[in-house]
Design a binder for this molecule. Structure first.
Ligand SMILES: [Ca+2]
Ligand SMILES: [Ca+2]
Length: 89
């Protein structure tokens, strides 16, 4: 006796990919007299998982967080409103 059956397979993703920045490094130029809140640039990262495992949150390491802020959701990099005045001389 032979027969066939249709089998539905539903694949479920697991969180097995890490977010990776789309550039190896980012360089942004900021003039010394730039207004606070200035958008300096945007960094982007990609995570090859499916939602919800591909959500990327951005944050700055501590040594940069006194002058710049980054939007945790879209990676936009701004001169912080509470930043000390940039004085590079
Ligand atoms: Ca992931
Ligand atoms: Ca995955």
């Amino acid at each position: 006796m032979t027969g066939s059956a249709l089998v539905n397979i539903k694949l479920q993703d697991v969180d097995d990919n890490m977010a990776v920045l789309t550039e190896a490094s980012y360089q942004f130029r900021v003039d010394e007299n730039s207004p606070v809140g200035l958008v300096v640039g945007t960094v982007t990262a990609r995570d090859n998982d499916l939602a919800p495992y591909n959500t990327v949150y951005y944050r700055l390491l501590d040594d940069h967080s006194d002058s710049f802020i980054i939007d945790p959701l879209n990676g936009q990099y701004d001169l912080d409103l509470g930043a000390r005045v940039l004085d590079l001389e």
